[in-house]
Design a binder for this molecule. Structure first.
Ligand code: NAD
Length: 260
């Protein structure tokens, strides 16, 4: 699981899952460059990871992505690992109530963002003679999630992009995989659970056991577990793992509870 000597770019690395991945990558010896759009979180992660390059960049804007790569290349001459982690939840609404803006914003961050990032990475991987891409999808990219049409669609698209890239970039020695987290015990997971509880007039403490009862392993996922899978996929222990969608979800796919 050693990442010594490897360079990595991690999007949305200032909080949530991306922040934990950034910490694990640094612990394992990688030289990390991360971006985010949240000023406070960027300031905090700059203090936590003084060795990292920390940049403000919105992955849904190709001009920000170009500036990010310029800043990365001012410090490093090769790229080994790209973690496309940035993703937003999108609206929780019936499909007929979703606005153009909500749909387009979710696609722009979750799908176009990964495309912009990987497009700029390919010449660097070609130059390095290989590389590794890890795209964050979701169990919502395997299960159609009611009331989450933009998010679920975007996360299916991430798996599609992953499959295409694995074939196209395999020829130049680049491995491309997707991680599909289930319900993660972090800021977003807590927010989603609170919203669902409120919708039912329940407290979080009442709703959580009921929700988790419907997942066969009855648990939320620790962010460290997602980060460990990312480290493994990026390491030399996974030289022939490519084109895979790896669920890390406590068998969320077994969920049989209320859907809306
Ligand atoms: P999060 O909502 O906690 O956000 C993490 C960071 O993303 C924030 O710091 C935010 O500022 C940043 N961000 C948002 N939009 C951005 C943009 N356009 N450009 C750059 N940064 C941006 O997210 P998370 O829970 O850590 O999720 C990380 C990834 O994992 C996402 O792709 C998400 O869809 C996926 N995922 C999360 C869960 C979960 O339960 N948390 C489950 C399945 C999949």
């Amino acid at each position: 699981m050693n990442l010594s000597g490897k360079t990595a770019i991690i999007t949305a690395g200032a909080s949530g899952i991306g922040r934990v991945i950034a910490h694990r990558f640094v612990e394992q010896g990688a030289q990390v460059c991360l971006c985010d759009i949240a000023d406070d979180a960027l300031a905090a992660v700059t203090r936590e990871l003084p060795s990292a390059i920390v940049l403000k960049a919105d992955v849904s804007k190709s001009s920000d992505v170009a500036a990010l790569y310029d800043a990365f290349l001012a410090r490093h001459s090769r790229l080994d690992i790209l973690v496309n982690n940035a993703g937003i939840s999108g609206p929780t609404k019936r499909v007929e109530d979703i606005t153009d803006e909500e749909w387009n914003e979710t696609m722009a961050v979750n799908v176009s963002g990964q495309f912009y990032m990987v497009r700029k990475a390919v010449p660097l991987f070609r130059q390095a003679g290989g590389g590794c891409v890890i795209n964050l999808s979701s169990v919502a990219g395997r299960l159609g999630m009611p009331l989450r049409a933009p998010y679920s669609t975007s996360k299916y698209a991430v798996r599609g992009l992953t499959d295409v890239l694995a074939v196209e970039l395999g020829e130049i020695g680049v491995r491309v995989n997707a991680i599909l987290p289930g319900l993660v015990d972090g800021p977003r997971g807590q927010r989603v659970m609170r919203e669902q509880a409120e919708k039912r007039g329940m407290t979080l403490e009442e709703w959580m056991p009921f929700f988790l009862h419907n997942i066969s392993m009855h648990t939320m996922i620790d962010m460290k577990e997602i980060a460990d899978v990312a480290v493994f996929l990026a390491s030399d222990l996974a030289p022939h793992i490519s084109g895979q969608s790896i669920s890390v979800c406590g068998n969320f796919e077994s969920y049989r509870g209320p859907k809306t």
